[in-house]
Design a protein around this ligand. Sequence first.
Ligand SMILES: Nc1ncnc2c1ncn2[C@@H]1O[C@H](COP(=O)(O)OP(=O)(O)OP(=O)(O)O)[C@@H](O)[C@H]1O
Length: 747
Amino acid sequence: MSRRQSADPRRDAIAEEQPYVSRLYSRLDEVRARTAQALRDALGRDGGRTPQALVEREAAADEHARAMARLDAVEDGLCFGRVDRVDGQTLYIGRVGLRDAAHEPLLIDWRAPAARPFYRATPGDPDGLARRRHLHLRARRVVGVEDEVFDLDGLPERAHATLVGEAALLAALRRARTGRMGDIVATIQAEQDRVIRSRLQGVLVVQGGPGTGKTVAALHRAAYLLYTHRDTLARRGVLVVGPNATFLRYIAHVLPSLGETDVVLATPGELFPGVRATAGDTPEAAVVKGGLSACGLLRAAVADRQRVPDGDLEVVADELPLRVPHAVCREARDRARALGVPHNAARTPYLNLMLTALAEAEAALLDRPMDAEDRRYARKALWADPAVRAALDALWPELTPRRLLRELFADPAALDRAAAAAGLPVPATGEALLRPAGAPWTVGDVPLLDEAAELLGVDPAPLRAAEERAERDRRAREAYAAGVLMVTGQWEEETVDVAGLAERHRDPGPHRTTAERAAADREWAYGHVIVDEAQELSAMAWRMIMRRVPTRSMTVVGDLAQTGSPAGVGSWAEALGPYVGDRWREERLTVNYRTPAEIMEPAADVLRAVAPGQEPPESVRHGGHRPRAARMGPDGLPCLVDRELHAVGAGRLAVIASRAWLPAACRALPRAAAAGLDDPVVLLTATAAKGLEFDAVIVADPAGILAESPAGGRDLYVALTRATRRLTVVHDGDLPPVLSRLSPSPA
Ligand SMILES: Nc1ncnc2c1ncn2[C@@H]1O[C@H](COP(=O)(O)OP(=O)(O)OP(=O)(O)O)[C@@H](O)[C@H]1O
């Protein structure tokens, strides 16, 4: 280098990097301009006026628009790393891959194999690197660099040898929270990188304590898989399942910031198209609905809708009193059941048998012989009679999943019959499930709706409506095409046919992305499914999710020590065994990036009490504010909130309260009660706080949280581990013994 070295090597390094970074941004601008032009061309293209051509144009424009969005997403922090290999090669690592005009790589996408050593190299195993450099950019300017030199001879044995880019990592962790999760491309750690780059096939379980980066690593894995297997996954889509809408909003920004927008994010309550369930169940109902014995309950409930009249079937049709003997009705039902097809599919054969029996009763009454043609006609005429239709509908109705469940849960006698047939306790099962017919759908209902859809078969109503619509459209197109041929004088030409011309004018509907199509289709098979907070899922929810991914290509993320749902799983083997046996692999994340060691101490006491076998994760950060306990009632909260807010400056604060304190806390903090995650202060229950984090946390009424559910201890563990900087526990009675480490101080 010809430039003279100054006394400040860091400034020299910044000056050394700026020209290369500027070149990267110039190249990014060129690629953007090219993509914008391609988008304009696609929009302006006149490929003909047929609907097909319009859709093709829309699809091409959509592709370019996405590429544009991807390029826009990488503006901030385009390049964040550089590696100098021992073989003399230097590579720059960034959010996207860029090549120069001669196709030589300028910037390596963080997901490319060549970027791997940037994340994996440690002093103990430098993976071919002589040096790793972290670059910090602000608005296209290099403002900081930080080097790790893998000079093994010069390095002592260090306990933190597993941390990658420690200073950059700590700087990232010290930043105030914004209410939204951010990406971590610049500071992914080696154990997280193993999760992110694990192969697509099979089930990967990521088990780790709070704050170990399970969620953020899983989202980077989605981006990595989409990059590495774009062909398969762009076609089939990726589904990310998260526990609730607040959590999905919290993580929603991560994938777009990595340039990936085509992923379906859904809660378990949204996995049945057309239903958005948010209501919870009582613990008793959650246990009944979540256990696999709910399958037997639903099977019995469907069988209960395939009825035989108490005596003979008697119907007055067209003023004739018709009678079908009880035994014939029973035989018709048993024969339809024996077909072994779903309820709605077996209805047509059942109706045919019953209409034939009624037609024969009619013929006998009129003393009229009947041939096959007469029988067909008589069946049709009988089916048109409202009295006949009502009688047969009552015996074998056409059912949708919603109707089956709504009517079952509102009918105590039907619940008892189904529970008894399924070998479940009577009347306890019915008492747990009974509710008014108009009650909203609960999250626990959704896997049951899905199960019911399997038992009932295709919902015939929308199918019939779609068929009728398609037929109407076809006739309209043919009439239009015939008109065109008349006007153009081609009517007589044999080479032009009306149906063919009509087909060319078929409107295939608006272009929809894979994610949109997948989210609307219950039977969509995703290319990969990521399940976060997976410990909360019931056995029935697992059944539903497994239907969405027949290839079993999945990432299952969770912490068994944080299970709050009474229907949640006890072990990963229990959850996954029924679907993949023992063919799943596990990665463990062991380092806590969120909670400082001082806050983890009382949390670890709680963990030892509620989950003795589980180890708390090791905190990266030490030496922060010591957590404390304060005796006060809900009316002391506003003052404490003000003090804590002042202490965290621009950061975010959460009050996590027991359900017992919630009404009074809402009155004391009305703004926080109505707030979202973007607001400075938010009031939540421990269940709602799962997966989230805040600079400061006030845990209100720990004794209440402990007492409120069988999983109260785990809920308290979740609440205590949400803080990145400050934790205060407030209580009006005695502090629970498990928190005795927190010395009470006057409020
Ligand atoms: N390598 C990293 N670099 C920078 N920040 C990180 C890194 N890994 C994790 N974090 C940060 O640590 C915090 C915790 O991550 P995350 O929410 O993914 O943890 P989790 O294991 O899902 O926690 P929980 O089980 O409590 O939901 C987040 O703010 C995340 O951005």
